[in-house]
Design a protein around this ligand. Structure first.
Ligand code: SF4
Length: 77
């Protein structure tokens, strides 16, 4: 089943771990705060992330020191 993801930009501490773990899913804004860019999502959490990237996504979520990566089986909006 596809997953959906978004970053809580209020709690992200701009550590850079998620982009290393899952470069196809995460990028950073000018302040280094992460966002989901996969499929043009623009951190809305509404784009289904392909199952082939699920391990990367989970690695990123597990490596986030602030618990800012939100993952769900359903779209966020
Ligand atoms: Fe932000 Fe977490 Fe990504 Fe670090 S791993 S940049 S704290 S979302």
């Amino acid at each position: 089943m596809a997953k959906y993801a978004k970053v809580d930009k209020e709690t992200c501490i701009a550590c850079g771990a998620c982009g290393d773990a899952a470069p196809d899913i995460f990028e950073y804004d000018d302040d280094g705060v992460a966002m989901v860019v996969y499929g043009g999502d623009e951190n809305r959490g509404v784009t289904p992330i392909d199952a082939s990237l699920e391990a990367e996504l989970q690695d990123a979520a597990d490596s986030c020191p602030s618990g800012s990566i939100l993952v769900s089986d359903a779209p966020f909006a």
